[in-house]
Design a protein around this ligand. Structure first.
Ligand code: FES
Ligand code: FES
Length: 163
């Protein structure tokens, strides 16, 4: 068994200091060590995007990183997007636009959209398609997801908010 390495990661604004085996995936660290189960584990082959988090401002599939690679970095998970117990505008827009059915892809979709809107608050439909290109959904047909992201972008713009 390989020696565990100390890592410190800021997750949703809180510093977590711990240790991980060198081969432990970041998605496992987030779910099983930190205990945040909203980040899903879908394919483990970097295809589905269910494990998407935001790392240092960019969307990242957490099954494609080792936990030790997150040392010193800042991560936002789905648990970190809702402020003061209220749904984030993206979450509310997903709910309103029926942009989820089984919900398995939803946390990853929202995190990809969250990273997109942070970088591009006024995305075109093509920008949104590109933003969620790494996230697979077997239920919705994607159109409601795109409409939800558009609606959230409009709402955030009107309210002067930032993701
Ligand atoms: S679990 Fe990471 S991309 Fe599918
Ligand atoms: S809502 Fe079921 S996979 Fe997307």
């Amino acid at each position: 068994m390989s020696a565990r390495q100390k890592i410190s990661v800021t997750v949703n604004g809180a510093l977590h200091e711990g240790a991980a085996e060198p081969r432990m995936l970041l998605v496992d660290y987030i779910r099983d060590v930190i205990g945040l189960k909203g980040t899903r584990y879908g394919c483990d082959t970097s295809n589905c995007g269910a494990c998407t988090v935001v790392m240092d401002g960019r969307s990242a599939k957490s099954c494609t990183f080792l936990a030790v690679q997150a040392d010193g970095r800042e991560i936002t998970t789905i648990e970190g997007v809702a402020a003061e117990g209220r749904l984030h505008p993206l979450q509310a827009a997903f709910q309103e636009a029926h942009a989820l059915q089984c919900g398995f892809c939803t946390s990853g979709m929202v995190m990809s959209a969250y990273a997109l809107l942070a970088q591009n608050p006024d995305p075109s439909r093509d920008d949104i398609r590109q933003g969620i290109i790494g996230n697979l959904c077997r239920c919705t047909g994607y159109l409601p997801v795109i409409e939800a992201v558009e609606s959230a972008a409009r709402g955030l713009k009107a309210g002067g908010g930032t993701p």
